[in-house]
Ligand binder design. Structure first.
Ligand SMILES: [Zn+2]
Length: 280
């Protein structure tokens, strides 16, 4: 261990990174945190995890299903009368947590269970964000997820009245939340206009509260914008689309509200359940 990497840490951080401690579950600042960026080692600042590998395992600690190549060292850990695999930062050897496989939560089937106190988040300021509602969020996420220039997608709820809604609550239709896909994208690779084209093409923006067999206000067509530029582009695009379709576009255009990430089993749902070839 190179001590200079650890000298700036607080005593709480040292307890985790040097003495291999564990923070109290659900207490860490990154447990329920899903912004786009990179997580670096709190001690030596080496990049460890991309935020698009982060998921909510429900365990109470930040969970990632993959590491940045070469960033993590694994050790057998026999403490506590069981065999676990300890994970440490490859550069400074600071303790991060443990890694588990075979829980079948994400496609990678791996959970890096990491202490919030071992890591530090750096936001990707070059990414833009937009949130779309266009019917069942399973389908909408699947349409956008693997397009080049899209860094990260998450499904969830926006625009309703209650905090932290569950899927069941939204499905009852009385919370006024809309099923949405939250998208972080690199506009030098895929422009907002191109995203709008995909949005229009893949749902019916003329049918109120209905997409195919899915009926209810949670399936509203909506663009939640984050900038004035997105708002202006969307207004123009709606006019163009009305001309093209010779029909009224009922898509709502609203400023983004709080995004509530849906339960983990809804994330990447179609691919996880071998239904991923859906592509209208
Ligand atoms: Zn480190």
């Amino acid at each position: 261990m190179n001590e200079e990497y650890f000298s700036h840490l607080t005593s709480e951080e040292k307890k985790i990174l040097i003495d291999k401690g564990t923070e109290t579950p659900f207490s860490g600042k990154y447990n329920n945190f899903f912004d786009a960026g990179i997580f670096i080692c709190r001690a030596c600042k080496a990049p460890l995890y991309e935020s698009n590998t982060k998921f909510n395992s429900g365990c109470g600690w930040p969970s990632f299903d993959d590491e940045i190549s070469g960033s993590i060292k694994r050790y057998d850990d026999f403490r506590g009368g069981r065999i676990r695999t300890e994970i440490c930062c490859a550069k400074c050897d600071g303790h991060l947590g443990h890694v588990f496989v075979g829980e079948k939560i994400t496609l990678n089937d791996t959970r890096h269970c990491v202490n919030s106190l071992s890591i530090q988040f750096k936001s990707y300021n070059n990414l833009d964000r937009v949130t779309f509602g266009a019917g069942s969020f399973w389908k909408v996420e699947n349409i956008f997820k693997n397009k080049s220039g899209i860094y990260m997608t998450s499904v969830g709820f926006m625009g309703g009245e209650i905090e932290n809604p569950t899927y069941d609550e939204v499905s009852r239709g009385d919370t006024n939340h809309i099923e949405v896909v939250d998208i972080f994208f690199d506009s030098s690779v895929i422009t907002f206009d191109e995203l709008l084209k995909i949005f229009w093409f893949n749902h019916d923006p003329t049918s109120l509260n209905r997409q195919g067999d899915d009926e209810g206000s949670q399936y509203s067509s909506v663009i939640f914008y984050y900038t004035k530029k997105q708002k202006d582009y969307s207004k123009k695009a709606i006019i163009l689309e009305e001309k093209k379709r010779k029909n009224k576009i009922i898509t709502k255009l609203e400023s983004a509200k709080i995004f509530y990430r849906a339960e983990e089993y809804h994330q990447n749902y179609l691919v996880k359940n071998n239904l991923g070839n859906y592509s209208p």
